[in-house]
Write a protein that binds this ligand. Sequence first.
Ligand code: FAD
Length: 414
Amino acid sequence: MPDAIIIGGGGIGVASAYYLDKHGWDVTLIDKGELGHACSYANSCLVVPSHSDPIPAPGVISQAMRWMVKKDSPFFIRPRLDPQLLRFFLQFRRFCTEEAAAHGFDALLSLSRASLELFGELLDTGDARFFFERKGLIEVFLSEQGSEHGRRAKDALAAHGFRSMTLERDEVIDLEPAVAPTIRGGLFIEGEAHGYSYEYVRSLAATAEDNGVTILSGREVSSIHVEGRRVRGVELEGPRQRLDAELVVLAAGAWSRKLARQVGLDIPMQPAKGYSATIDSYDGAPIRPILVKERRVIVTPLDTRLRFGGTLELAGFDHGIHGDRYEAVKRGGCEVLKTPPPMENEAAWSGLRPVTPDGLPVIGRPKHLDGLIAATGHAMLGFTQSPITGKLVAQIASEEAPSVPVEPFRLDRF
Ligand SMILES: Cc1cc2nc3c(=O)[nH]c(=O)nc-3n(C[C@H](O)[C@H](O)[C@H](O)COP(=O)(O)OP(=O)(O)OC[C@H]3O[C@@H](n4cnc5c(N)ncnc54)[C@H](O)[C@@H]3O)c2cc1C
């Protein structure tokens, strides 16, 4: 019998497997599909602690309502009578305050910073081999209002120890000649990173497997098995099978809520769909990631590829790609590039981010059940926060002091 079973082979589950194994646990990692093929597959691949803001913030709801009337806006809610969605909004609204946003930022920043260090360690040891660069992040602004936002952001970032520079249009172009002269200005944040998320997941999983982790792909966990107040293992679909373990880690991304509910655990999460378009790179492509905040679009160079990512749709578990919103992601990225990208070998993708009402992940043990750790709900930051989440899971499981305070991420906070 394995000591630990992990449900979900995305960035969070794979890092949990890797660190649990390092802590001496005998681990089995189970995924209903292929490892890394869900939300960790074609996201925007940024590792940017400076952008550790939780989704709920003052003004977010009114901005979202204004966007709702535009068919190509970066935000959409599919109208439906869903009591869970209604409850999610009521809870979400409570966190749209300055105080909650500041608290959320500090909590998420501690995870993101610790993770950035761990990415360095994983690369140095060769335990994860993947495209990763620390060339900073450029935010470009299209209007005077945007540039004003940049100036304010610089001060706020400095207060958190980030080094950044506000840039005039020509300075942006000197730094990143791929940017079009139609932009107004920019903000450059030093030390930020980007890396190929899918390559990271696959590489870390391969190392974990070499170290002895058992990986079961294409097997769905239908339920978590409980006896009394103790988790005993999981039930698998097709062929039906029971697998026992001392510890079960729930890292099933956007799908975690359903499994949690079966064992009386309420994790109020919604799947929040985003899109990306990945093309072959070309002469004159950017070499640093570019955030176009006014369009809510990120352009990420990934070695031989270039990716445009964005949008947030609350449309349930639907992976469908809405043409107008997908085109708007590409348009928003192309708008700031000097050379129009040849859209060669374009790969369209959608992924479901696991989002909680306060925008923070849940990492920890439930009070009413032994033998379970939840590690999910990482919203926009699941790639960034994958290594530290895996390490925290291993530390919690092994009853070691966590390297980052985990109180803000406890399960019973809603
Ligand atoms: C457009 C877009 C851009 C993004 N950009 C960034 C970014 O720049 N930086 C960043 O840090 N984050 C980014 N994110 C967020 C990030 O992709 C997610 O937070 C992260 O991938 C979540 O990882 P996860 O392991 O929790 O979930 P997933 O990667 O979705 O993995 C969950 C896994 O669980 C498996 N599973 C589910 N149910 C079961 C079951 N019953 N049995 C067995 N297996 C199961 C699934 O098959 C899946 O493989 C972005 C997301 C999107 C959509």
